[in-house]
Design a protein around this ligand. Structure first.
Ligand SMILES: Nc1ncnc2c1ncn2[C@@H]1O[C@H](COP(=O)(O)OP(=O)(O)OP(=O)(O)O)[C@@H](O)[C@H]1O
Ligand SMILES: [Mg+2]
Length: 325
């Protein structure tokens, strides 16, 4: 039995968890800072890193009280906000050094992908698969032939889809984070009230672009005072449509017969419904509690990394713009 302490501090959630054998959550605590950043309409990096510093030791104490001693310590080492990453990485390395156990650095997106592995409902998930990663900073289709081998088939040229939800929510005067706000506002709205653009659909492109969609919403608002519910529903419909169509295309290109969806936007109800009902293959989506940033996904990815002989060095540091592949 291997117990791994996973630490995630790349953005505005302090996540600390202990996972057994990469599959079973023993303890999982997340301290969200959403209420702190809401008044600014987005994450303020300096405030985020200070907050991680005050939360991380308390959360670690909480999970260790439930798990007892661990066999390794893992942390997100990038990409993300540099100050925030350094809190988690330094804390994890200090614990690993003090306890004499391995330190395992994990890429944040690899962590999101591994979030489906710690769901007891999805014990059948395994490589190879296609991953659709949709979050505040990423929109990408990744071919995953075997653990820790990734080929990015397509990603966004500008805004990430989660970022687009956040920006459109702001235009509509809805609270941060925009994804859940828009999902709620769209209830009862007409998804066909406005015909918003679906970008980069020509040819066989697997790239995304979301900045034009945001601008199209802005223009509709300038032209009159449309119903916010109709705007939200039509925007959500367009944003999700592109994700579903490009995922279908990427499945054809890669020949994969299994899909993993991960990242904050994978919490979106319409996206989950459409992918699970419209694609004729097994689709793995994390439980809602593991869609946003958390330490359990980092521990799960670290377990697999350890199994494949990867151990970090205490001299390894964080990187704000780390590449996955
Ligand atoms: N129900 C939802 N529908 C659409 N988007 C959602 C929903 N819930 C959350 N989101 C979006 O998910 C994003 C946050 O996800 P996540 O925490 O994975 O991003 P991040 O960690 O900031 O970015 P990254 O993972 O790319 O570094 C926000 O943009 C938020 O609006
Ligand atoms: Mg994230």
């Amino acid at each position: 039995m291997t117990l791994i302490l996973g630490i995630e501090t790349s953005c505005d959630e302090t996540g600390v968890a202990v996972v057994r054998d990469g599959r079973a959550i023993v303890a999982n605590e997340v301290a969200s800072q959403i209420h702190i950043h809401r008044e600014f309409g987005g994450v303020v990096p300096e405030i985020a890193s200070r907050r991680h510093t005050t939360c991380i030791s308390q959360l670690t104490r909480l999970v260790l009280d439930q798990s007892g001693p661990v066999d390794a310590v893992a942390a997100t080492w990038g990409p993300g906000l540099m100050g925030s990453l350094l809190v988690g990485v330094s804390f994890a390395k200090s614990l690993a050094y003090a306890w004499g156990v391995p330190y395992v650095p994990v890429h944040h997106i690899e962590g999101h992908i591994f979030s489906v592995f710690v769901d007891p409902e999805q014990s059948d998930v395994d490589f190879p698969f296609l991953a659709l990663v949709v979050s505040g900073g990423h929109t990408c289709l990744i071919d995953c032939p075997r653990p820790h081998v990734y080929e990015i088939l397509g990603s966004t040229r500008d805004d990430a889809v989660g970022e687009c939800f956040d920006k459109v929510a702001r235009l509509l005067g809805l609270p941060y984070p925009g994804g859940p706000s828009i999902q709620k506002a769209a209830e009862g709205g007409d998804p066909h009230a406005f015909s918003f653009p679906r970008a980069m659909m020509q040819g066989d492109s697997l790239e995304f672009s979301y900045s034009g969609l945001k601008t199209a919403v802005l223009y509709e608002m300038r032209d009159g005072a449309p119903s916010p519910a109709d705007l939200a529903a039509s925007f959500q419909h367009a944003a999700v449509d592109v994700l579903v169509m490009k995922t279908r295309r990427a499945l054809e290109v890669s020949g994969r017969t299994r899909l993993v969806v991960a990242g904050g936007v994978s919490a979106n109800r319409l996206l989950r419904e459409r992918l699970t009902t419209e694609l004729d293959i097994p689709v793995h989506v994390p439980p809602l509690s593991l869609c946003v940033d958390n330490g359990a996904m980092i521990a799960a990815a670290a377990y697999s990394r350890l199994q494949h002989g990867f151990v970090g060095q205490l001299s390894d540091t964080a990187s704000a713009s780390m590449r996955l592949a």
